[in-house]
Design a protein around this ligand. Sequence first.
Ligand code: ADP
Ligand code: MG
Length: 479
Amino acid sequence: MEWEPVIGLEIHVQLKTKSKIFSGASTAYGAPPNTQACAIDLGMPGVLPVLNEAAVRMAVKFGLAVEAEITPRSVFARKNYFYPDLPKGYQISQYELPVVGKGHLMIHLDGREKRIGITRAHLEEDAGKSLHEDFQGMTGIDLNRAGTPLLEIVSEPDLRSPQEAVAYMKKLHQLVVYLGICDGNMQEGSFRCDANVSVRPKGEEAFGTRAEIKNVNSFRFVERAIGYEIERQIELLESGGAVVQETRLYDADKDETRPMRTKEEANDYRYFPDPDLLPLVISGEFIEQVRRELPELPEAKYHRFLDQYGLKPYDAEVLTASQALADYFEEVVKRSGCDAKLCANWVMVELSGALNKAGLDITQSPVSAANLAGLLKRIADDTISGKIAKQVFELIWESGKDADTLIEEKGLKQITDSGEIEKIIDQVIADNPKQLEQYLGGKDKLFGFFVGQVMKATGGKANPQQVNQLLKAKLEARR
Ligand code: ADP
Ligand code: MG
């Protein structure tokens, strides 16, 4: 039988506010344990939470970016459960009325576009952290993270393969970073994913029973965990078993998922509206204000790059991956006045390759957009060849000087004077009588050898087209 996977993701996005969602304590990462949790985060009696407006603004920003309905009056609820890292005994979340309603996100995969539904996104507070590593036979509790604002984004079960799930996750990651509402740091847990997975016989309408894989925090692991889970469920069903609705854990070392607990029902949490917090009322005016703050979104930028610069879809995708990279590329085009494809190539191949190798981000590039533009101008006007340009690029990288200065300093200007090139060709021919004889005897391959010698004699500076032309003429004249 052919099986079809059905996948829905719940993604927790840590919002980039300075203080917590219901208190003034700092959200900065990496402080010594338990130095950034105040009485409110600890759930001390007699304290009251106060909602952080910045978190609401960010949630609305997200909602507008996925064309979702913003709930005019949403409600905070208590989700009750016991865990050592949750001293209050409940988490403040949103349940029946989330701040962001139905929206959607477009993903691109193998040249196809697909619209993925977003069911909802709600605001909630994070819990603390249990630490096991430094404590033998004990568990340490760090409550610094308690009260950190999260936006939980729930997708429709619209995803049909591990690859689609990862494409969606990457798109969402890109979007929240573009919007400036999340730092996107997955190692620090700023962007975490729970994956719901089920399978059904292909063609069947009804969904199968799902398992939820908790907290997978890298794109690669999400793909592997879902892939493993699909295989596990298919094998189980084909051998006559049934999938149990449960929460599972992905073990990256063993590349498998394991049961963690049977799935809790919503009523296990005894959700009820938090009596300490007023409903969250969002005015049309507030929404319009946030709308005006929206940057150009990645999807719009992608389409503009296709239209305005005539780029290939893959190139447009890569160059719009981050706002900083897109800005850099556009500045290079603008300043150089060169063909966008030449600019795209240099940014994507030469520059990105060098940045990767050095472990640097585009914002840390030693070669500024202005300097790369300056270099491309000199390729375009034939001052230097593409090959020499690579050399100049390295020099710019090392020195921070501009292309013109370096070309001058190092005498790298291309030799286009045909008289000069001819002189060098004559010398090369005179210096290599054996090769000349073989060439004239029919060994055409040796043409490349002569080109190489001429280029070597000029330090790579001779105009390659001219060398080819003149050399051909000179050699033919001797046949
Ligand atoms: P819960 O609140 O119990 O986590 P939800 O109904 O909110 O459940 O769904 C959570 C996620 O599970 C959503 O992303 C949804 O798309 C996905 N989902 C629901 N049913 C299935 C299913 N049968 N197979 C795969 N994913 C599913
Ligand atoms: Mg859930």
